[in-house]
Design a protein around this ligand. Structure first.
Ligand code: 5RP
Length: 220
């Protein structure tokens, strides 16, 4: 089974988690794109979706799935998203697609966060994947210097502008052995809008696609 088939399989399995007559938060990325396609025939079961990116919004619209603005939603019942890495505590590195700021808002607001990944994303320790950081453009140099002080090597994602008109620094080599403390420290840097470290708000459920089937795990 190739990686794409695993993504399609886990996307189908995630249909069991859609909130009947509720608001469904939609993440971003290729696994979520598979989920949006799988959701299309079931769209009558939910009230509406809220998208974490312009790309997901556009795809939802193409599938005629109802989408509302987050400001119009009374809350998010379930949020479904992928990840670049996830550990056994269901803490994640996200943001490979550069949508981390809106993703973190929806994930944090959600009653339940369901992470859908293929087995290549499951790691013992977070940190092989560079940590994406969304930064206000005028603060790029200052934030980069602060990241170097923390032990990181920030690299500007060339030619990339986020949906919020900001830049992304991909940070290599950041010490990630205390993810919650690091996430808080990063959030305290002015001009640093958010990081792709999802430690304070881990996933509640993990759907893991393996070559032998879908594993479903709940955070304990
Ligand atoms: C986008 C994300 C994605 O969830 C993450 O990059 C995984 O993407 P994919 O499903 O394409 O592997 O955080 O900002």
């Amino acid at each position: 089974m190739n990686q794409n088939a695993l993504k399609e399989a886990v996307a189908l399995a995630a249909l069991d988690y859609i909130p009947e007559n509720g608001i469904l938060g939609i993440g971003s990325g290729s696994t979520v794109n598979c989920f949006i396609a799988a959701l299309a025939p079931k769209k009558h079961l939910i009230e509406a979706t809220v998208a974490s990116s312009v790309a997901s919004y556009t795809l939802l619209k193409q599938h005629h799935i109802p989408v509302i603005e987050f400001n119009q939603a009374s809350g998010i019942d379930v949020y479904i998203d992928g990840a670049d890495e996830i550990n056994s505590h269901f803490q994640m590195i996200k943001g490979g697609g550069g949508c981390l700021l809106r993703e973190k808002i929806l994930a944090t607001a959600a009653q339940k966060f369901v992470c859908i990944v293929d087995e290549s994303k499951m790691v013992k320790a977070l940190g092989n994947f560079p940590l994406a950081i969304e930064v206000l453009p005028m603060a790029q140099s200052y934030v980069a210097r602060e990241l170097v002080k923390l032990g990181g090597l920030p690299i500007l994602r060339e030619g990339f502008v986020t949906d919020n008109h900001n830049i992304i620094l991909d940070v290599h080599r950041l010490p990630l052995h205390e993810p919650i403390a690091l996430e808080e420290k990063l959030a305290s840097i002015p001009g640093l809008l958010d990081s792709g470290l999802f430690a304070k708000r881990p996933a509640d459920s993990l759907l893991l696609a393996t070559t032998t089937g879908i594993q479903t795990k709940e955070r304990t």
